[in-house]
Design a protein. Structure first.
Length: 152
């Protein structure tokens, strides 16, 4: 369920960025944008968020997501959308804004989706560890005086 929610958030971010930029600079339809968003989201989630992010960290995963988004948007736009503006320039702008949002999305992934099982445990649950009491002597003023009287 955590992965479905993360995929939904990632798809929404990608679709909004692609819709806002591809409709301005290109003659793209909504179905083409949604299809490109779906393909970019799926590949970037598997490669960037599930493989690269846990192993190499946020910075490397963000750089990888920029390259992956740029290449995917450029190739898919060349296949599906025929516009008057250079597709590489529009793809670079889209990849830049996706990479910025990915840096924030990676924080969400690390905190909510990729956490280890023991970190996900509720803080109010009772642990299964055995509890032990601590024994010590009290260093009270009267105790110290009694101890000193015995020595004299």
């Amino acid at each position: 369920m955590r992965h479905v929610k993360a995929l939904g958030i990632k798809f929404l971010i990608t679709a909004v960025i692609l819709y806002s930029l591809l409709t301005i600079f290109e003659t793209a339809t909504l179905m083409e944008i949604l299809f490109i968003s779906l393909l970019v989201t799926g590949t970037a989630y598997v490669i960037g968020d599930l493989i690269i992010l846990p192993r190499y960290g946020n910075l490397i995963a963000t750089i990888a997501d920029f390259g992956l988004a740029f290449a995917a948007i450029w190739i898919l736009s060349a296949i599906f959308i025929y516009g008057a503006t250079p597709i590489a320039t529009v793809s670079a702008f889209c990849a830049f804004f996706i990479a910025i949002s990915e840096a924030l999305f990676h924080i969400y992934m690390n905190e909510k989706v990729l956490k280890k099982e023991e970190d996900r445990r509720d803080t109010y649950t009772f642990s299964d560890r055995r509890l032990q009491t601590e024994f010590s002597e009290e260093e009270d003023v009267d105790y110290i005086r009694k101890k000193n009287r015995k020595r004299h």
